[in-house]
Structure formats: structure tokens, C-alpha cells
Design a protein around this ligand. Structure first.
Ligand SMILES: Nc1ncnc2c1ncn2[C@@H]1O[C@H](COP(=O)(O)OP(=O)(O)O)[C@@H](O)[C@H]1O
Ligand SMILES: [Mg+2]
Length: 348
């Protein structure tokens, strides 16, 4: 189903007002009129009139009455299509299905969509082994969201098999480090790394695992689900008025004066599986695997309360001494993590 883009449906409301209302609803669909009145310094009646107008324009909808009214944002565009993979080119999917949905958005935003969608459809074509790829894209007044799904082997299982990993969760750590590919002759392993950092939300679901990136200010999360699903599903979401550019994301991981992907940020949290503490040398080796592909590795300790002496020694003394050209920079350390790293670097 294709509906009109919102720009064509809005007649009389300023964009900032519209965005404010939709953000309030996205936060919480309850007591919207009261919160809107308070936030904009207008009466409850005026707030209700704004909401009625947006309902009439098909931007939002509601159920219930009076104080129990629950509001939600409607999709103004919703499209999906299923493509046989044989002979498919990611550019065609972009041009036919997705570009028309985002072409009126700011250039930096449509540029990120072009990058993310073509990378993920290319992954389904080149890596999944699936016969079909399904792409769905929807847009509302605040954000656009696209999901690319295939019915192939599954990204985490494929990586686990290729690298002979003990645990599927290690596949997520390798993807998070970047420069990981199972097909080095034809690929460079940058698609997921950079795409994930360009979007506000980037979620990969495969097998019984979900890898969730909710913006660059939140730690990456790994969730285990009960039921394993076949194939790979990638969901990307971006604010329609995001100021992020793909260039700024590429630049963040290049060293000054260089254009190559020379620097990475590794979330240590992903090396720490549920219920574990990072204490052993083998956990440390899991973390530092492929660090030598980079010149600088930012080691991000977000959500890691403490580490053991052997783990710290292996990463920050043994590995560091064996690789003197790699610059390792630990960040977001608790005092306890900081003290342990200092202890192994400066034994007294
Ligand atoms: N849809 C998929 N199905 C199975 N494996 C996948 C899929 N997408 C990605 N992969 C795996 O993840 C790796 C990293 O993907 P990406 O970051 O796009 O790098 P590249 O495509 O350059 O290899 C791929 O090499 C492949 O092993
Ligand atoms: Mg790729």
C-alpha cells in the first residue's frame, strides 16, 4: 500500500509543531492533550484542536475517549516487496522500492538510506544463500524504518561456521569490531560496521540472537530469544530530520590525514556473555582477535563493572607488548577497571 507522503497531506501546520506532537506521542500515547498543552503553553482545548487536525490529516490516530484516549502515529507510507535473488541487483531494489519513499528528505538522510539499504540487500544477495529477499519500508512524521529479510543460513551461524567459533555470540563481537568478512576476495567487511553507526536504530535478528544498536550514545546490546528464526532480518530506523551524515561516520573511524578504515571502537561488553565476569586469558584473546587489522583500537568498557587480573594482563601487557604498533585506548572505565589496567601496565 502506498499512501501520500506527509508533506503533501499537511496543509496548515508548521513542521516544528507537528514534530513536537508526534514526539510526545512516540514517548507515550497517553495524556497527550494535557502534555501538549503544558509543553506549548496553550489551553487543553487548543491542544485537542491540534490533535483533531492531525487525525483528520491522517498523521495520527487514537482509540478510546476522554482522559483514556490513546494516541499513535500513523505510517504515511508503507511499501514492501519480495525479490528472487537470482540476477537481482541491490541498486534496482533501491531505485524501485526505497528511493521514492525518502527522496524528498534532506540529502544527508536519503544518502544514509541509500548506503544502508544497498549494503544490506547486497549482503542478502552475496552471503545469505537464500532464494529470496524481502524488503519493507515505512515512514511516519518522525522517522523512516526499513527491514531487509532473507531465508538463508543466518548471519551469526554463517560467521560461527566460517571462524569455527565456540559460541554464536562471538559472531556479534567480530561484526562489532569491523573489517570482518567471510569472503575477503570480493568484500572488505565494512558494510555492517558503518551502516550500524549511521542509523538511530540498527537491529540484526538471526537464529536465537538479536544484536541491537540504539544510537551511538547507548551501549550495544545482545539479546537471546527463546525461538530460533531462520535467515537474517536487519531493521534500520532513522529520524527524517537527522543531522548525521555518512561522511562523518566514515571520518570517525579514519585516522587524521588518512581515508582508510584504520580505527575501531570495540564494546568490551560484547565479549562478556550473560552471567560471566571477564577474568580469563581466553576471554582476553577473544577480545583482541583481529585487533592487528587496525592501527588504533578504542576499547570501550561501557557496562563492564570489573575485570580480572589475568584478563587485563593478557590484553594490556601481553598483547600490547606483542603488538607495539597498535595503539589501544581504554575508555569509559569504572575506577576498578582503571586500577586493574594500571596495575598490569605498571607492576610494582
Ligand atoms: N544476510 C546475511 N546472511 C548470512 N551472512 C551474512 C549476511 N549478511 C552479512 N553476512 C555475514 O557477515 C559478514 C559481514 O558483512 P558486511 O559487514 O556487510 O561485510 P562484507 O559484505 O564486506 O563481507 C559477511 O562477510 C557475511 O559472512
Ligand atoms: Mg556487505
Amino acid at each position: 500500500m502506498t499512501l501520500l507522503p506527509i508533506e503533501m497531506t499537511i496543509v496548515n501546520m508548521e513542521k516544528s509543531k507537528l514534530v513536537l506532537i508526534c514526539r510526545l506521542i512516540a514517548e507515550n500515547g497517553q495524556s497527550v492533550a494535557a502534555r501538549l498543552a503544558e509543553k506549548s503553553g496553550i489551553s487543553r482545548q487548543a491542544a485537542s484542536a491540534w490533535l483533531s487536525r492531525l487525525k483528520k490529516d491522517g498523521i495520527i490516530s487514537s482509540v478510546g475517549v476522554g482522559r483514556g484516549t490513546l494516541y499513535f502515529i500513523l505510517d504515511t507510507v508503507r511499501k514492501n516487496a519480495s525479490y528472487p535473488i537470482r540476477g537481482l541487483s541491490e541498486d534496482n531494489v533501491w531505485r524501485e522500492l526505497c528511493a521514492p519513499v525518502v527522496q524528498d528528505l534532506p540529502k544527508n538522510v536519503s544518502g544514509i538510506w541509500h548506503h544502508g539499504i544497498t549494503e544490506m540487500v547486497n549482503n542478502a544477495i552475496d552471503h545469505s544463500g537464500s532464494d529470496v529477499v524481502e524488503v519493507s519500508i515505512k515512514r511516519n512524521a518522525i522517522y523512516t524504518e526499513c527491514t531487509v529479510s532473507d531465508m538463508g543460513e543466518g548471519i551469526f551461524l554463517k560467521i560461527q561456521r566460517a571462524m569455527n567459533l565456540y559460541d554464536t555470540r562471538e559472531a556479534i563481537l567480530e561484526l562489532a569490531k569491523g573489517k570482518f568478512t567471510t569472503d575477503p576476495a570480493n568484500h572488505s567487511g565494512e558494510g555492517i560496521f558503518f551502516s550500524s553507526k549511521m542509523f538511530d536504530n540498527f537491529i540484526i535478528r538471526s537464529d536465537a540472537l538479536s544484536f541491537i544498536h540504539l544510537g551511538n550514545d547507548h551501549p550495544d546490546v545482545l539479546l537471546t530469544r527463546e525461538a530460533a528464526a531462520k535467515g537474517t532480518q536487519v531493521t534500520m530506523r532513522l529520524d527524517n530530520d537527522s543531522s548525521r551524515t555518512s561522511k562523518e561516520v566514515f571520518d570517525k573511524f579514519a585516522l587524521p590525514e588518512e581515508f582508510s578504515f584504520a580505527k575501531t571502537i570495540v564494546p568490551v561488553r560484547l565479549a562478556q556473555h550473560e552471567g560471566e565476569t571477564l577474568v580469563s586469558r581466553s576471554q582476553a584473546k577473544r577480545l583482541t582477535r583481529r585487533f592487528e587489522r587496525f592501527q588504533t583500537v578504542i576499547v570501550d568498557f561501557t557496562s563492564v563493572g570489573e575485570i580480572g587480573q589475568a584478563f587485563a594482563d593478557e590484553v594490556f601487557r601481553v598483547f600490547a607488548n606483542a603488538h607495539p604498533t597498535i595503539k589501544m585506548v581504554p575508555i569509559k572505565m569504572t575506577p576498578s577497571v582503571k586500577a586493574m589496567i594500571r596495575r598490569v601496565q605498571h607492576p610494582t
